[in-house]
Design a protein around this ligand. Structure first.
Ligand code: MRU
Length: 359
C-alpha cells in the first residue's frame, strides 16, 4: 500500500505518530514517571485508548479517531462496500468519549472523504492521507493561534506576566505545539512570560503530571498548585491572564472545558484578570445553540477515590463530572486559527465561522 509522502510535522513531544502502518501513542496515564508507547493496529484499540485516557485532549482524540479509521481500512484491505466495512469502526470511535466535539468532527471529515472517493480509489491510502492532513492542519492551527494569542498579550503588556492555566492543552493534547499552552509557548518566546501557575487538575492531574512535564522540557518557569489554591493565587501572585483550552464551544460562545474552568472564570472576573480561551475552529459546534444542551462526561467514581492510597472512606459515594460550562459572558476572548473573538456572542462566532471575521 502506498504511504503518504510527507511526514506529519510534530513537536519534541508527540502524543501520537503514524509509523509503518501502526498508530503509536504516548501513554499519558503513565507520565511523568514513565514514557511508554503503545501501538494500535485497529480501530477498537484506538477507541479503547481514547476511552481509557492513554490519549486525551480534544484535538488529540479527534486525530487519533481519524487514524483509527485509517488503520481499520488498512486491515479491511479491499471492499465493494466501504461504508459498511467501516461502519462498526466509526460507531466504536464515535462512542469512545462524548464531550469533545473534535472527535465527532474528525470522524465526519473521514466519512465525507470516504463518500467522495471514486470506486476505483485506493481507499486505505486515501483515508490515511486524510488522517494525516487532519493531524497536520491541527498542528498548523496551533502555531497560528500561538501567534495570535501572544500578540493579544503583547497588546496589553510589555513585560513578563504571570499566567494561570488549567488541565493540559499542550503538544500532548493536540497534533503538536498546543492551544492554550501554544499561546503560552509563543508568549514565552516573545519574552512575555514570567511564571506559569498550573492547576493540578484533579482527578487525572493533567496539570501537574502533563503540563508541568511539557513546560519543564520547554524551559518555561512553572509552579503547580492544588486546584483550590487558584483564587488565593490570583489574589496574591500578580497573575494577569488565565489561559485555557476548550473541548467544545457552542454557537453563542459558551465554552465546555475541563471541570474547574467555570470556577476559574468567575475567580478571574472577581480579580480583574483576563480570561482567554484558545481552541481550533474544529472545537466550535455551530449546531449547538448554547452549552447547556451538551452531554458532559461523567467518569467512574473510582477516579476520585484513588490518589495513591485510598483517599475516601469506603462506601462514601463520589460524583466525577469531568467537564463544565463557562458561559460566554465570563470570557474575554476566544482565540482560534481563523481569528480572535473578543467578548464572544452568537453573531461574532457566526461571522468567524463564515470567514467574515477580521483580526
Ligand atoms: O479529559 P481530558 O484530559 O481529555 O480533557 C482535556 C481538556 O479539558 C482540555 O482542556 C481540552 O481538551 C483542550 S486540549 C487542547
Amino acid at each position: 500500500m502506498q504511504q503518504a509522502a510527507q511526514p506529519v510535522v510534530t513537536d519534541n513531544v508527540s502524543a501520537l505518530a503514524w509509523h509503518d502502518g501502526v498508530l503509536r501513542l504516548l501513554d499519558q496515564r503513565l507520565l511523568p514517571a514513565r514514557e511508554v508507547y503503545v501501538d494500535c493496529t485497529d480501530a477498537g484499540q484506538v477507541a479503547a485508548a481514547i476511552r481509557d485516557m492513554q490519549v486525551r485532549g480534544a484535538p488529540a482524540i479527534g486525530i487519533a479517531g481519524a487514524y483509527g479509521i485509517a488503520l481499520q481500512a488498512r486491515l479491511v484491505g479491499q471492499s465493494t462496500d466501504w461504508p459498511a466495512a467501516l461502519s462498526e469502526a466509526f460507531a466504536l470511535l464515535e462512542a469512545a468519549r462524548p464531550t469533545a466535539v473534535n472527535l465527532a468532527w474528525a470522524l465526519k471529515m473521514m466519512r465525507d472523504r470516504l463518500a467522495r472517493l471514486a470506486p476505483e480509489a485506493d481507499v486505505p491510502a486515501r483515508l490515511l492521507e486524510a488522517a494525516r492532513s487532519i493531524h497536520q492542519s491541527d498542528h498548523e492551527a496551533n502555531l497560528t493561534m500561538g501567534k495570535l494569542g501572544m500578540q493579544l498579550i503583547r497588546k496589553h503588556h510589555k513585560s513578563p506576566q504571570n499566567i494561570l492555566t488549567h488541565c493540559n492543552t499542550g503538544a500532548l493534547a493536540t497534533g503538536g505545539y498546543g492551544t492554550a499552552l501554544g499561546v503560552i509557548r509563543a508568549a514565552h518566546d516573545a519574552g512575555l512570560v514570567d511564571t506559569v501557575f498550573i492547576d493540578e487538575t484533579r482527578p487525572w492531574l493533567q496539570g501537574s503530571r502533563l503540563t508541568a512535564w511539557e513546560l519543564q522540557r520547554e524551559g518555561i518557569s512553572a509552579c503547580v498548585h492544588v486546584d483550590s489554591a487558584a483564587g488565593h493565587l490570583m489574589k496574591t501572585r500578580d497573575i494577569t491572564w488565565v489561559i485555557v483550552g476548550a473541548d467544545r464551544i457552542a454557537a453563542n460562545g459558551d465554552v465546555i472545558n475541563k471541570i474547574g474552568t467555570y470556577a476559574l472564570s468567575i475567580l478571574a472576573m472577581h480579580h480583574g484578570l483576563r480570561f482567554m480561551v484558545v481552541a481550533p475552529s474544529s472545537s466550535i459546534d455551530m449546531g449547538l445553540e448554547n452549552a447547556d444542551e451538551v452531554v458532559l462526561e461523567e467518569r467512574d467514581a473510582e477516579e476520585v477515590f484513588a490518589l495513591g492510597e485510598q483517599s475516601v472512606d469506603a462506601g462514601v459515594p463520589a460524583f466525577n463530572p469531568v467537564f463544565d460550562v463557562t458561559p460566554a459572558d465570563l470570557i474575554d476572548v476566544i482565540v482560534t486559527e481563523k481569528g480572535i473573538v473578543e467578548r464572544p456572542d452568537t453573531k461574532k462566532l457566526a461571522d468567524l465561522m463564515s470567514h467574515r471575521h477580521l483580526h
